[in-house]
Write a protein that binds this ligand. Sequence first.
Ligand code: TXA
Ligand code: MG
Length: 343
Amino acid sequence: MSTPILSTDFPETLKQAVTEAVKLLSSGEVVALPTETVYGLAADALNADAVAKIFAAKERPTFDPLIVHVPHKKDLDVVADVPEDIAPTIRKLIEKFWPGPLTLILPKKPEVPDIVTAGLPTVAVRASQNLVFNRVARSLDRPLAAPSANRFGSISPTSAAAVHSELDGRIPLILDGGACHFGLESTILKVEAASPKAKLIILRPGPITAEDLKPFGKPVAIKNLKDDEKPEAPGLLSSHYAPRTPLRLLESPDDFILEEGKSYALMSYRGEPDDGYTDLADWKMMQILSPGKGKLPEAAVRFFYALRALDECGADEIIAEALPDRGLGVAMMDRLRRAASLR
Ligand code: TXA
Ligand code: MG
């Protein structure tokens, strides 16, 4: 059976959609919901059988732990214990960034089933700022486990239509909250006490950038840690954000060599001929992330949409221009490197 999509555009449709979602979630079902980052596939985080349905629908291996979304900031205590030595830093981070796209890794409460955390002693927690998600979470008044609503390893969905193409027939309901505000998955952070400044280990770069985090401690990218310093983050190694079409990330247009008989599609940052990419080939499709001057937040919102369109256009290979490796560009470059590294 095809999965229904419910609109939330009007007060009346929003109310009906929330009621329907809450009914399903309280009976142990999964529902796809919009968040400010990407669409999530939600289930009651404290119900192991419900959470198992997330893994089944996504074909996600059970060693990859899920993010838990709490209805209110104060509900952090329901799922996590905050160690005393990092409590002041955690409090400040939550004050500044919640509800919003910052996920914190903290010791888990015993009430959180092992399936949620893949047996880890820690849990990933955030509070979403999306209106539809919040209405559902607050009506249900329970934490919601919600990974991105795509098949495992595939491109994260930033629209209800994208969720539908990933999970149609595998889940009972999708709520349509329109396009996602940020378009990239949350920043995942592990905080370690250190002197003179707390160490803020960025396990996954996202909308909250290293620059944003600076006032709260010393941001460190995980790739800059030695192997024996790396925290355990099993899923991060295996999340690929991968299109089915091979993707090549080019640092410079000079690196491109055209192969006769092969068709190519381009993901361009600004679409400016002066950047040297637009005239390199007879592109089957060109997706421009932020035409003109190039603005990273605009590029981020369009990023997964563009990647999905390029994947579906039938080209033999996707060529991606390198983006500026700063601010939100760091998160997009991380996704592109993972997508490219698969082949
Ligand atoms: O923006 C987001 O974070 C979206 C929306 C739906 O909230 N969710 C999302 O979830 O991106 P997912 O499952 O696609 O990515 C979660 C990542 C995985 O790579 C997983 O390995 C990591 O979080 N993770 C979860 N629990 C962890 C833990 N205890 N320690 C380290 N990493 C963890
Ligand atoms: Mg994901």
